[in-house]
Design a binder for this molecule. Structure first.
Ligand SMILES: Cc1cc2nc3c(=O)[nH]c(=O)nc-3n(C[C@H](O)[C@H](O)[C@H](O)COP(=O)(O)OP(=O)(O)OC[C@H]3O[C@@H](n4cnc5c(N)ncnc54)[C@H](O)[C@@H]3O)c2cc1C
Length: 634
């Protein structure tokens, strides 16, 4: 097989950095948190429900709920297909155009209403969520709303609102987490009126049912300041255009009916007017689309968690073993209590982030990334606990339970369906890298040129001046704050102590990040184990803040026992945070990394004796070729 041209690490970083949103469009609570400031005024009061919007959304939500109660999700899971009648019903109620403005035939509802709808759908059926969300969170409606011209909006929104399904095609065989390796090309025609698209996209959700694609492809490189720069452009592509072909429908562990496939484009003529935003802006468009589209998964994970909590609660109360309901035994009780507290915090994070997204002057890219990472990971733990609480019945399929006369509660399906949440729309690792990069952005732009071997003398001097101006005051003030004042944040009642903790530990986090920069210099970027722990601390502090501001609002709105949920959540989060601080600089990190590299080189392969291997044929040759590439590259 011809060897594929893979981008080097430096190229990958250059492309990602060029596509990054370098400007902050507004304030960010999480960004401030990483700088050691608890900017509570940015998130308190917790976003309140808008009664007018709720009234507008009510008829649609009622139809959606009534539909979902009738949907046979076990059949969808069993057959791996969503019947066309279901899709048509969803079209008829406007479910494909929830956020599309009314003037284009959509429902014109808010982001908040949209994610509420997605949470409702997930509580019943993950495959349906994938269909609706791939279309509206990352499919054409989202980039069209953000970057489309008026003409493009007129042309496509009405079709999309009526249910012309769309798909987002970024991933390729060599371009998963790393978009620099994208190989699809779009070559301009001689008269410049169209582009000729060639390439193959992998795992394109809705791809097997879509009428419209957003396709990211490479257009001719440009030279910027003497450096060749890869160009990636986003195109709207009609699925029925000659040369568009569904090569394969992918099947997965869960989301059995997801319409996901490999899509091949062979000499597909795409008119120039189908470029979204502009030539060379495709990767940035894809990243911004994902940054905002990412709000669906946190809400959806929270919706799923609520359904699991309910099923676990009922079972833990009903199932009697060893003379008592299993929910009375401490081991199960602990799971149930934490499930409720975590579900509460997950919904707080999701509701807060979406609420902020709808406020003017707020940049939610960090909050959205934390929400995606945190809620999908907690959601996964919740499904695991729910399965454990249901015992053998948790592991049994709904069909099998029904066949022998028991309630067909589909925990097994929920587990299969939810695992992918930690991988797509930015894996947990990529979210942590992204959060770490954005969280240290201020330090990066202030001080990085001082230690960057590529910066010029003038850049170093400038960085020295900015650092001398910023750091002495900033660092000194990271040692004192409101969290040290007894009785501070008393407006939060019983939760005040948790907010004092958040304030103190935000400063501690900022100081430690600064120490890490001094300790590792430019190498910090490679210290993922340290950075990821710092990110996890920041995420926990955000989660605690979200839970506390929500509980304050809920208590005022007639749910005083919300304080108990937030309190238990915060107590447990504090234990996790303390442990993360204790191990921040990972005493075992070097040993673990060294061992992993020995494992990669096969030095411990002797421990794999006595098994039937899972590897594919030719794997050994592939590994040898990779080792050779590394030697040549070194
Ligand atoms: C069901 C499903 C639906 C999907 N839908 C779509 C879609 O609609 N459109 C679309 O374009 N794509 C879609 N994808 C692709 C999805 O977004 C990718 O799977 C995801 O981006 C990860 O890429 P990958 O699977 O190739 O993993 P890889 O990039 O190969 O990564 C493998 C592992 O290494 C980790 N890793 C990678 N790089 C780093 C690093 N620098 N540091 C630390 N860890 C790292 C990853 O987190 C992961 O754990 C879908 C995938 C699936 C399975």
């Amino acid at each position: 097989m011809a060897s594929r041209q893979l981008a080097t690490e430096l190229e990958a970083r250059d492309v990602a950095e060029a596509a990054r949103e370098s400007e902050w469009a507004g304030s960010s609570f999480v960004r401030e948190l990483f700088l050691g400031r608890l900017a509570l005024d940015l998130i308190d009061p917790y976003p309140a429900a808008d009664p007018a919007e709720e009234q507008r959304a009510a008829p649609f939500m009622a139809k959606l709920e009534e539909f979902l109660r009738r949907v046979d999700s076990d059949m969808i899971d069993r057959t791996g297909d969503i019947p066309e009648e279901y899709v048509q019903e969803l079209r008829d109620m406007g479910a494909f155009g929830i956020k599309i403005p009314k003037e284009y035939g959509g429902l014109g509802l808010s982001y908040t209403s949209y994610v509420k709808a997605m949470a409702l759908v997930t509580s019943k059926d993950g495959s349906l969520t994938a269909l609706l969300s791939a279309h509206q969170s990352i499919g054409l409606p989202q980039p069209l709303k953000l970057f489309g011209t008026d003409e493009q909006k007129q042309r496509f929104f009405p079709r999309l609102a009526k249910g012309a399904i769309s798909a987002f095609a970024l991933t390729e065989v060599d371009a998963g987490s790393d978009p620099a390796n994208l190989h699809a090309t779009a070559t301009p025609s001689e008269d410049g009126k169209h582009f000729v698209l060639n390439g193959e996209k992998l795992w394109c959700t809705n791809g097997t049912r879509a009428e419209l694609f957003v396709v990211m492809a490479r257009t001719p490189d440009v030279v910027v300041k003497g450096k060749t720069r890869k160009q990636i452009t986003a195109f709207i592509v009609e699925a029925n255009a000659p040369g568009v072909e569904i090569v394969h429908r992918c099947r997965f562990m869960g989301l059995k009916a997801i319409e996901n496939g490999v899509i091949r484009f062979t000499n597909v003529k795409v008119p120039r007017e189908n470029i979204l935003w502009g030539e060379g802006k495709g990767l940035k468009l894809a990243l911004i689309t994902l940054n905002t589209g990412r709000l669906t998964l946190p809400a959806s994970a929270a919706g799923g968690a609520k359904a699991l909590l309910q099923a676990s609660r009922w079972w833990a109360a009903d199932r009697v073993q060893w003379g008592a309901a299993i929910g009375k035994h401490e081991a199960v009780a602990r799971k149930l209590g934490l499930m409720a507290a975590n579900t509460y915090a997950m919904e707080a994070i999701s509701g807060l982030t979406v609420g902020l997204a709808e406020r003017e002057g707020y940049d939610i890219r960090l909050e959205a990334a934390v929400a995606k990472m945190y809620n999908t990971e907690h959601g996964w733990r919740i499904v695991d606990d729910a399965l454990q609480i249901r015992g053998g019945r948790g592991y049994e399929t709904a069909d099998s339970l029904r066949a022998r006369g028991e309630a067909p509660i589909p925990i097994e399906r929920a587990m299969r369906d939810s695992r992918i949440n930690l991988i797509f729309e930015g894996s947990s690792e990529i979210m942590r890298l992204f959060i770490a990069r954005e969280a240290v952005d201020h330090h990066f732009s202030t001080a990085f040129p001082l230690v960057d071997k590529h910066s010029t003398g003038a850049q170093k001097w400038q960085a020295f001046l900015s650092s001398a101006k910023f750091y002495p005051v900033w660092y000194a003030t990271r040692w004192v704050g409101r969290g040290q004042v007894p009785g501070a944040f008393s407006e939060f009642g019983k939760l005040a102590g948790h907010l004092r903790y958040v304030e103190r530990h935000a400063r501690k986090l900022a100081r430690n990040l600064f120490h890490a920069m001094v300790r590792y210099g430019p190498m910090l970027e490679r210290k993922q184990m340290v950075l990821f722990r710092a990110v996890d601390i920041g995420a926990e502090l955000f989660a605690m803040s979200a839970a506390c501001v929500r509980a304050k609002a809920d208590a005022r709105a007639g749910h005083p026992n919300a304080v108990a949920l937030a309190d238990v959540f915060c107590r447990e989060a504090r234990i996790r945070i303390d442990e993360l601080f204790d191990t921040l600089f990972g005493p075992n990190d070097d040993s673990i990394y060294r061992l992993s590299q020995q494992v990669l080189r096969g030095e411990h392969s002797w421990i794999e004796n006595g098994i039937i291997g899972l590897h594919e044929e030719g794997a050994v040759e592939k590994l040898e070729a990779a080792a050779e590439r590394e030697t040549v590259g070194a």
